[in-house]
Design a binder for this molecule. Structure first.
Ligand code: NAP
Length: 487
């Protein structure tokens, strides 16, 4: 891997301000999903080392939370600046372990820093309140304080920004953090730790514990079970999120969960079809469809169905899969398991009557690449309509009217993102109110910025990242009743 700054490629874990190997020297391999070639061997830690990291976070807490928000913010701004300065190298590392095109990886790096900068400012505004007391000689006062030692567990699909979205607000609020990245993508996390150290984040304030998938349950039990930990912030599958939430229940730890989704993408007959097609290209094929807010159920109204299929087919035929370093529009799927799921969803839909219009199989590249695919006439009971596909497959379904669209869209246990296209202002407002999702998007296929709350309802999660609401996730409310004011 060619890097301008080779120090960014770290393979040891980062605990209490020092690079640490596993007690027994164990390592695990990280592979480039585009080639299957080994990229690095990374320290494979267990619960003992995790415990050390948590204790270091606890030791570091007093000094960190007692600094002013302005002082913590200055360090975080420096971190964001260093990340941007090294965006090319960080994108190279990210692409090598995750597979997305370099340009897209660079976009993720820069997007991730926006949360660090945002919360470096926002923490200065963690205002308290005075509340008029019903008792004449008393006053009620509320302050917001950092929760304490926090832990984060993050997935492989956004190996950098899912980390900055947690560590930025946690540290800004005055919490300390131990983070466990996914087995497939630890290198991006370690590079962020290297830059955090350079930015002046003190030892123990941010540690990264690396482990493979076999070790994740034991490390996860320590992270969720250690009594020093007060909060877990998890991004990943709903299945693992439920397990970790149950583990946290024993210690009544606060949880924030960013889980799976099954986004409806609704195109009404009065939509700007070019905008709807353009939006779908980003929403469905970015990161080869491996995003939680990916359009999974594309609902198109009868009157514009054929026209939409034609325009979408033209656009999708122009997308090229390939390795990150070339000019490809999308990379490979993360692993064989991911590829199997995408194949299974396509086969299932076809066996139930769907038609393959574009793609539908692997391109000549082989490996874990899958061709950008358009399926039409997908039946409502197909797997693709009920499970996350996590691949570049656009499955289209017809609908009759607004009620029909709402009923299909809400027929899911997920509630993360929803999209619809319509130019009728009354309908826009009705749809916004009726869709049971945490993030509704009208006439736009992309979303997510540091100023807007990101998160889901139903089984898609608890809590919000980004925005003024995102800071609250890392703060506790403490009240003071001040009495005896009378002479
Ligand atoms: P995953 O299997 O749930 O893994 C996520 C993280 O949890 C990884 O670090 C994984 O470690 C760890 N993990 C797995 N089992 C664990 C256990 N028993 N104890 C502790 N940690 C454990 O999810 P994924 O397949 O990596 O990611 C894709 C999922 O994330 C999708 O469902 C997607 O929708 C969701 N996602 C949601 C958002 C959002 O903001 N809502 C954003 C991105 C992704 P190992 O890798 O070592 O197994």
């Amino acid at each position: 891997m060619e890097l301008a700054d080779s120090e960014l490629l770290r393979t040891s874990a980062y605990i209490d301000g020092a690079w640490a190997d596993a007690h027994d020297g164990a390592t695990f391999a990280v592979y480039d999903p585009a080639t299957g070639v080994e990229v690095a061997q990374v320290a494979n830690l267990g619960e003992k080392e995790t415990q050390v990291a948590i204790e270091a976070a606890n030791t570091a807490l007093d000094d960190w939370r007692s600094r002013s928000a302005k002082e913590r913010g200055a360090i975080l701004h420096r971190w964001a600046e260093l990340i941007r300065d090294h965006a090319d190298d960080l994108a190279t590392i990210l692409s090598a372990e995750q597979g997305k095109p370099h340009r897209e990886a660079r976009g993720e790096i820069v997007y991730g820093t926006s949360f660090v900068d945002w919360f470096a400012e926002e923490a200065k505004r963690a205002y308290g309140e005075t509340i008029p007391s019903p008792v004449a000689d008393r006053r009620n006062i509320v302050v917001k304080q950092p929760i304490g030692v926090c832990v984060g567990i993050t997935p492989w699909n956004f190996p950098s920004s899912m980390i900055t979205r947690k560590v930025g607000p946690a540290l800004a609020a005055g919490c300390t953090m131990v983070l466990k990245p996914a087995e497939q993508t630890p290198l991006s996390a370690l590079a962020l730790a290297e830059l955090a150290e350079r930015a002046g984040v003190p030892p123990g304030v941010f540690s990264v514990v690396t482990t493979d998938a076999d070790g994740a349950p034991a490390v996860g039990r320590e992270l969720t079970g250690n009594p020093l930990v007060r909060k877990l912030s998890f991004t990943g599958s709903t299945e693992v999120g439920k397990l970790l939430m149950a583990q946290c229940a024993a210690g009544v730890k606060k949880v924030s969960l960013e889980l799976g989704g099954s986004a409806p993408y609704i195109v009404f007959d009065d939509a700007d079809l070019d905008a709807a097609v353009g939006g779908l290209l980003g929403c469905k094929f970015r990161n080869a469809g491996q995003t939680c807010v990916s359009a999974d159920r594309i609902l198109v109204q009868d009157a514009v169905y054929d026209e939409f299929v034609e325009r979408l087919t033209d656009a999708v035929s122009g997308l090229t899969p390939g390795p990150a370093t070339g000019k490809a529009d999308l990379g490979p799927l993360i692993d064989e398991q991911g590829l199997d799921k995408v194949r299974r969803h396509v086969e299932d839909a076809v066996s139930r009557g769907a038609k393959v219009i574009v793609g539908g199989s692997q391109p000549e590249l082989g490996g874990t690449f899958f061709s950008p695919t358009v399926l039409t006439e997908v039946p409502r009971d197909a797997l693709i309509m009920h499970e996350e596909t996590f691949g570049p497959v656009a499955g289209l379904v017809r609908f009759r009217d607004e009620d029909d669209a709402v009923s299909i869209a809400n027929d899911t246990s997920y509630g993360l993102a929803a999209y619809f296209f319509s130019r009728d202002v009354g309908r826009v407002w009705r749809m916004f109110e009726r869709l049971e999702f945490g993030m509704v998007n009208a006439n736009v296929g992309g979303m997510g910025n540091e100023a807007a709350p990101f998160g889901g309802v139903k089984e898609s999660g608890i809590g919000r990242e980004g925005s003024k609401y995102g800071l609250e996730e890392w703060l506790e409310i403490k009240s003071l009743t001040l009495g005896g004011l009378d002479d």
